[in-house]
Design a protein around this ligand. Structure first.
Ligand SMILES: [Zn+2]
Length: 157
């Protein structure tokens, strides 16, 4: 059972390898690396320990680390977040909800304080999504493999 720093080092090694291969093949690896960094530093399977053990990911969230406590309360360690498909789906939905609430809060403050700020979503944001997801899943699955889980185990999907 590798600890946090070992997971981080393994992920960074794999991401560096993917970056070198992709770049050598002429691909723009930026969004893939963004996804990989998300899955290595901010949204990891071990967030199921939130509120019980202060994981690296929770620390990386800083003051916002507590936003993951409800997740840690409802799921057991090495349960659903340590599955290959349901796990990342749950965490990404949870993360999107947090993001939505934060954006709504910021928007509410802006509207009520009269600040006008035009937020522009880059036109290519959606086309980058598969690449971000690819990098994220590489980081996520590597964590599960290192924890000793196999994709052949159908209960782990
Ligand atoms: Zn784990």
């Amino acid at each position: 059972m590798p600890n946090g720093p070992v997971h981080t080092a393994a992920n960074l090694g794999a991401l560096a390898g993917a970056y070198l291969l992709g770049t050598a093949a002429g691909a723009d690896m930026t969004s893939f690396m963004v996804g990989g960094a998300l899955g290595t530093f901010l949204i990891t399977p071990d967030l199921d320990l939130s509120g019980k053990v202060r994981t690296n990911a929770e620390k990386n969230w800083g003051l916002l680390g507590g936003l993951w406590y409800p997740l840690g309360y409802f799921v057991k360690h090495r349960g659903i977040t340590h599955t290959f498909l349901r796990g990342p789906t749950l965490l990404l939905i949870y993360f999107s909800s947090i993001l939505l609430i934060l954006c709504a809060a910021v928007y509410w403050v802006m509207v009520n304080s009269g600040i006008h700020w035009n937020i522009e979503i880059p036109p290519n944001a959606l086309t980058q999504f598969p690449s971000v997801l690819g990098g994220y899943l590489l980081a996520y699955w590597l964590h599960l493999w290192m924890d000793g889980y196999s994709m052949k185990d159908h209960k782990r999907w």
